[in-house]
Design a protein around this ligand. Structure first.
Ligand code: PAF
Length: 280
């Protein structure tokens, strides 16, 4: 496995692979890899000839007061896992490489509408940062496919919309969320939880599941379901940010009971902000 630190090196290696007609899959990450990331790598290996994993903690997608400075950076351990997982290349650029004019002076990608609701409402500018860096990675790598986790359900929709709107030649593949034994969605941020918070954290998944069951049983009073869920989360020590039942394809409110739905939630537990979702 080769570690590529510059865009010039990455472009050179990838151009050779493309000239040999190898199909390239990209798995974009911010590192601190867990089994969820490795499932994306495994899928990438099934779908394409060569796999490149990017590791870059993207400053543009963090707001003021968020955890950019403390975000766990574990490049050596990540590379060890990726080598074992059969990855061909790791791309780990630096800020100067990706934002030569500085992150606040660079051109950016804005996906309107979808970027300003739910996560985007709580984290203004977050999806601009995500769309911009993913667009850069697509331009540098020019992969056939890019694999993302459904844990960041809204992020996946923002990226799909960007790909359609900007006519990008990348197939975006979404993979189901991997969970711990108690149901907590795997996330690099789970390590911020104290031991007692970690025990409590899976309640978020239990509440999502209970709501899903009610929906499957035919309950259509969405506002009652979401208020009850928010009350339960408060009672269990969470500070819920949102708990919403939305349409899967555009995250708007369901219009008919037959709409495909997803339940999305974000809640703080101590200093950790957890997000999760459950398609219905
Ligand atoms: O999901 C993530 O880890 C990040 O948002 C991504 C897609 C790698 C962009 O920085």
């Amino acid at each position: 496995m080769q570690i590529l630190e510059t865009i010039v090196d990455a472009r050179a290696v990838l151009a050779t692979a493309r000239s040999e007609r190898q199909r390239i899959a990209l798995v974009p990450t911010m590192g601190n890899l867990h089994a969820g990331h490795l499932s994306l790598v495994q899928k990438a290996r099934q779908l394409c000839d060569r796999v490149i994993v990017s590791i870059y903690v993207n400053p543009l997608q963090f707001g003021a007061g968020e955890d950019f400075a403390n975000y766990p950076r574990t490049l050596d351990a990540d590379c060890q896992q990726l080598r074992q997982a059969g990855v061909d290349w790791v791309f780990s650029p630096d800020d100067q490489g990706l934002y030569p004019a500085g992150k606040d002076q660079s051109a950016f990608i804005e996906v309107p509408g979808l970027s300003s609701i739910l996560e985007g409402r709580s984290r203004p500018g977050h999806f601009r940062g995500v769309a911009t860096v993913v667009n850069k990675l697509f331009n540098i790598v020019q992969p056939e496919m890019a694999i993302f986790g459904e844990k960041d359900f809204q992020q996946l929709l923002v990226i799909r919309r960007m790909v359609v709107d900007l006519n990008l030649a990348v197939e975006v593949v979404g993979m189901p969320t991997l969970r711990e034994a108690d149901g907590l969605a795997m996330s690099s941020r789970n390590q911020y939880l104290s031991a007692s918070e970690r025990k409590q954290a899976s309640t978020l998944y239990q509440v999502l599941n209970a709501t899903r069951e009610q929906l499957l049983a035919g309950v259509t009073d969405y506002s009652r379901l979401t208020s009850e869920a928010i009350e339960t989360l408060h009672a269990c020590g969470f500070s819920p940010d949102y708990f919403e039942i939305r349409r899967c394809d555009d995250l708007q409110l369901p219009r008919t009971p037959g709409d495909n739905k997803v339940i999305l939630a974000a809640a703080r537990l101590g200093r950790t902000r957890l997000i999760d979702n459950l398609p219905v």
